[in-house]
Write a protein that binds this ligand. Structure first.
Ligand code: C2E
Ligand code: CA
Ligand code: CA
Length: 456
């Protein structure tokens, strides 16, 4: 008879090497060791009914530490976080390193839910102090996902997966928080994953197109500018407007490649309009191409270089490009935004503050930012003819902007009364359905050419 291949391991005598059981960087138990200890904890539930909880601790945006400061600094941070984590758990709890920047905690005994909550709070509290590394101070936060078990036959693998799902949702909701696992979390995650992967595919399949909305001078309604607005040509749903997908592209970071695509398309189109105008010895159909940048793009380290590259590739005069950034994007991290704006300004492009009035700008920043243009949010234009207060606000915003040397565009003008009310202010330009919605490139050129013929 063949010898029995099954080796029996007695508790406390695992046949693993030390490296398999203890993580060399942090000294914490490894994932392997954690599974071993957790399986015993589950088995104990059969003898002594009670509960246990598994908490997955996943550091937020840790890859940026590695990317910007290097792996050695990343390791220093992980070691320090591991020791703070050990400092906030009870002596019976097990803390293990699960993967790169992910840790696991096992709690057994009474009131595990409460203890999970308090553990989360204590770790987040201790992470408020930056980690002092050899090169700089690093601020870290973490997302927590927890799952409880009272059934000794529970599947350990499934418990870990579900703690991971909960941690992923906590991260998705901004990080620095705990999500206890529940079935419904899965659906949200799957829906988001689905949306994310279809947007990825859309980008690969080149389904994003750019439409153009005319911007006109208020005095003579001459076409002076054009705003590039992205649309998704969905194979089944037809033309999809940004309100249906822009938010997802921002939270997933997909807006970075999509925004670059839009900028490139818009600048390529503008360069063609300039060449056509030169060939026909006339002025180009618009003086300025306006392209939106989201907060996520503003925070992207490659933004300035990307804009520079597009300008070089398409050969357009930087001054013919105006980048629009919403007031709220500028005001979330105003000091960081100021740095990026200055670098963009150095490329020679124009800068606009978009949706002005919807956020809460401090006037001192408005003065500091190197802006050229201010776009008044549609909500003020909407009430221009019905609310005397809004009319006063618009008039004073226009005066303030002019005092700061900025041009002013009113957005979303839908009727003649609004236009007449705007004409009573010193506002410079407007855009809106009254004149035209965003048009496909061909349509836009036709319309612009027809207008300029009739204006001659
Ligand atoms: P936004 O930058 O404020 O763009 C103006 C929006 O108002 C556009 O909506 C435009 O179609 C709409 N609009 C213009 N005139 C009127 C009007 O008279 N009445 C009404 N009701 N609406 C008018 P759209 O194209 O749906 O874009 C919505 C938002 O999505 C944009 O607001 C912008 O924040 C964002 N977005 C669009 N394209 C891009 C892009 O390429 N990159 C980024 N980051 N964001 C974009
Ligand atoms: Ca805009
Ligand atoms: Ca706007």
């Amino acid at each position: 008879m063949a010898p029995d291949a099954v080796t029996v391991r007695r508790p406390g005598e695992p046949e693993f090497s030390r490296a398999e059981l203890y993580d060399s960087l942090t000294g914490l138990p490894t994932r392997q060791m954690f599974l071993y200890l957790a399986s015993f904890a589950l088995a104990r539930l059969a003898e002594r009914p009670g509960e246990l909880a598994i908490v997955k601790v996943d550091l937020d945006r840790f890859h940026t530490v590695n990317d910007t400061l290097g792996h050695d600094v990343g390791d220093e941070v992980l070691r320090e976080v591991a020791s703070r984590l050990e400092g906030v758990v009870a002596s019976d709890d097990v803390v293990a390193r699960f993967a790169a920047d992910e840790f696991l905690v096992l709690l057994e005994g009474e009131a595990v839910d409460l203890r999970v909550k308090s553990l989360t709070e204590r770790l987040l509290h201790s992470l408020r102090l930056p980690v002092m590394t050899s090169v700089s101070r690093v601020f870290v936060t973490a997302s927590f996902g927890s799952i409880g078990a009272s059934d000794p036959l529970a599947d350990l693998g499934e418990l870990l997966v579900n703690a991971g799902v909960a941690a992923a949702v906590a991260k998705q909701r901004g990080g620095g928080r705990l999500e206890p696992y529940r079935e419904s979390l899965r659906h949200g995650l799957i829906a988001r994953d689905h949306a994310e992967s279809s947007l990825h595919l859309a980008l690969e399949r080149n389904e994003f197109e750019v439409h153009y909305q005319p911007v006109l001078a208020l005095t003579d309604r001459r076409l002076v500018g054009v705003e590039a607005l992205v649309r998704w040509r969905h194979p089944a749903h037809g033309l999809v407007l940004p309100s249906h997908f822009i938010h997802t592209t921002e939270v997933t970071g997909l807006i970075v490649p999509i925004g670059a695509h839009v900028l490139r398309e818009a600048c390529m189109a503008y360069s063609q309009w300039v060449s056509a105008a030169e060939a026909e010895q006339r002025a180009p159909i618009a003086d300025v191409m306006e392209v939106n940048l989201s907060a996520r793009q503003l925070a992207d380290a490659g933004l300035v270089e990307m804009v520079h590259n597009v300008l070089v590739e398409t050969g357009i005069d930087p001054y013919r490009l105006m980048l629009e950034i919403t007031e709220s994007a500028l005001m979330t991290e105003p000091e960081d935004a100021l740095g990026v704006l200055r670098r963009l300004k150095n490329l020679g492009v124009r800068l606009a503050i978009d949706d002005f009035g919807a956020g809460f700008s401090s006037l001192s920043y408005l003065r500091k930012f190197p802006l050229d243009c201010l776009k008044i949010d549609k909500s003020f234009v909407d009430d221009l003819t019905t609310s005397p207060e809004d009319a006063v606000i618009v008039a004073s915003v226009v005066n303030l902007a002019h005092a700061l040397g900025l041009e002013v565009v009113a957005e979303g003008v839908e009727d003649e009364n609004q236009l007449a009310a705007l004409e009573a202010t010193a506002c410079d330009m407007f855009q809106g359905f009254l004149y035209s919605a965003a048009l496909e490139p061909g349509e836009f050129v036709e319309r612009a050419m027809a207008e300029s013929e009739s204006g001659r």
